[in-house]
Design a protein around this ligand. Structure first.
Ligand SMILES: [Zn+2]
Length: 535
């Protein structure tokens, strides 16, 4: 611990000097403090902050030391740290293979180009199983939707196209598509694994880039009671461009199924009359990573036992296959920027000598990129110092690359956190905007979903834009070129004023949520209310 701190201190002194010598923005510019944190966390020295690495640990040390400097109390189980134990699996692809067999003929599948193993499943050395096409693979009883009805999936691999039919409404559709709900339904029907085919229309990351990252370790929580893929022995992601292979000879073309999916119609289900033979060699080990947790205790004796969590993930993807000679995925906007926002809120509170009636918990969590693992662990096993979690405000990929005129708030219609958000937005002259891309399921794709599952009302944020505007193309271009790529680094254009305005807005929302008489609660009509009732 001591020696680690020493290393960290030296490293950050060096980083600070490096940042200055690179001619960092002048101190009078808005957002400078925010940007300095981003510069540290997204520097090449921290090598993309992959969960379980020394560099993630150094990043955690930096955040903890900043929390300390800003007057926040340690809220972990080891000072500012909460240890998260993870099982890490790295495939040895050269010794692994995948074959598709149909009517006595074998077709080797090219790993990487045509399909890849999802190592968050726990495969045996070798496995052979029949394939059944299960449409979207969704079961949502309350909407009377069941793709698995009448199918014999026992011992079989379920093949599905990502997405859901239009008659399944949001947010039920997104929820049913989450790994835990979809896999729970398939497991219950007897399936031992899945082949997931993305719908190209909704892929933020092109297949080529997904394939580049397939050799990075996959992770699951070591606490198997929190493993959403429990019982999954085979997980395969299949390139939609090669998916016709799976349907050869069935009388149904993949292209026709995609046409149905694209028009939001239900999909048929049928056996594929094919078998996969999987040989998977991999290295598995337990690694430890950490959530960084800091607390600003509430001042109201009646309310200080309740806490509003401000969360942002600290980890990113680490070092991968080089793109244009750069292999470090710095994760500047995903999500060093979000952690920097938490630090800014702590600074604003300190400057304003503000303290809430409820407690605020600042959570920089690990392993979001591995499947929301750090937040899942924290929300299921909160530290003692964190108190009772009553609300979560999450920042992940806010994308302050356009002026902050509009704000998309995921979950705004679900809880009375909307009041705090609307007031702060009005105050900042920022217009709230509905999610223009509901089919991308963002409300369930970041750490807020871990809190939702634990019954905690949550919202998450993204800079907004008008359809057809120049800002929209800035956003779209970013997703296609920089998202989960080495170019999400410090050399990209960032709107410091937008980041600064958001920090202030976020601070206001946190204040409101902490000071209001009533704790955040789900709206009676909210789909997500069920998890708090079940609690
Ligand atoms: Zn990410």
């Amino acid at each position: 611990m001591t020696s680690c701190r020493k290393i960290a201190a030296t490293t950050f002194a060096l980083l600070a000097i490096a940042a200055l010598s690179k001619g960092a923005v002048a101190t009078t510019v808005r957002g400078t403090n925010w940007w300095k944190h981003v510069q540290v966390l997204a520097s090449d020295d921290l090598r993309g902050r992959a969960a379980g690495t020394r560099e993630h640990h150094l990043a955690a040390e930096y955040v903890a030391s900043e929390f300390h400097r800003l007057g926040l109390e340690p809220g972990g189980d080891r000072g500012y740290f909460q240890t998260v134990r993870l099982v890490s699996r790295s495939i040895d692809e050269g010794s692994s293979a995948l074959t598709l067999s149909r009517e006595g003929s074998d077709r080797p599948v090219t790993l990487g180009a045509e399909a890849l193993y999802q190592m968050s499943a726990a495969p045996p050395d070798s496995l052979a199983a029949e394939l059944v096409f299960v449409g979207y693979g969704l079961k949502a009883d309350e909407a009377g939707h069941d793709d698995l009805r009448g199918l014999d999936l026992r011992g079989k691999i379920a093949v599905f196209i990502q997405g859901g039919p239009a008659d399944l409404r949001e947010p039920l559709r997104s929820h049913a598509q989450s790994v835990w709900v979809r896999w729970a339904a398939l497991r219950e029907a007897g399936a031992i694994g899945w082949i997931s085919i993305p719908n190209m229309r909704y892929m933020d990351v092109p297949w080529e880039r997904i394939a580049l990252q397939r050799l990075l370790p996959a992770m699951v929580l070591a606490d198997s009671t929190l493993d959403d893929r429990k019982g999954q022995r085979l997980g395969i992601l299949w390139n939609p461009s090669s998916a016709e292979l799976l349907f050869t000879g069935t009388g149904t073309r993949f292209a026709d199924l995609m046409a149905l999916a694209d028009s939001g119609r239900p999909l048929p289900t049928f056996p594929l009359k094919a078998t996969v033979h999987a040989r998977v060699r991999y290295r598995s080990r337990v690694v430890e990573s950490e959530n960084v947790v800091a607390v600003m205790p509430g001042k109201d004796p009646a309310l200080r036992g309740e806490s509003i969590v401000l969360s942002a993930h600290l980890d990113h993807l680490g070092v991968g296959t080089p793109v244009d000679g750069d292999s470090i995925m710095n994760g500047a906007l995903d999500n060093a920027a979000g952690v920097a926002t938490l630090l800014e809120v702590a600074r604003l509170a300190k400057m304003g000598a503000w303290r809430g009636r409820r407690s605020l918990v600042f959570l920089a969590c690990t392993a979001e990129e591995k499947g929301l693992l750090g937040s899942r662990y924290f929300s299921a096993r909160p530290t003692r110092a964190a108190g009772a979690l009553v609300g979560d405000l999450n920042v992940d990929m806010l994308l302050p690359i356009v002026p902050l005129k509009r704000l998309i708030v995921f979950g705004i219609d679900e809880s009375n956190l909307s009041t705090a958000v609307a007031l702060a937005a009005q105050h900042a002259d920022v217009e709230l905007q509905a999610d223009p891309e509901p089919l991308k399921n963002r409300f369930i794709r970041s750490d807020q979903y871990s809190f939702i599952r634990a019954g905690v009302p949550s919202v998450a944020f993204k800079c907004g834009y008008l359809a057809g505007s120049a800002q929209e193309s800035v956003m779209t271009t970013w997703l296609h070129s920089r998202y989960h790529a080495p170019s999400d680094d410090l050399a990209q254009p960032v709107d410091l004023a937008a980041a600064d305005e958001f920090s202030n807005l976020f601070y206001e929302i946190a204040r409101d949520a902490a000071d209001r008489n009533e704790a955040p609660r789900w709206n009676d009509s909210s789909f997500f209310r069920r998890f708090s009732v079940a609690r």
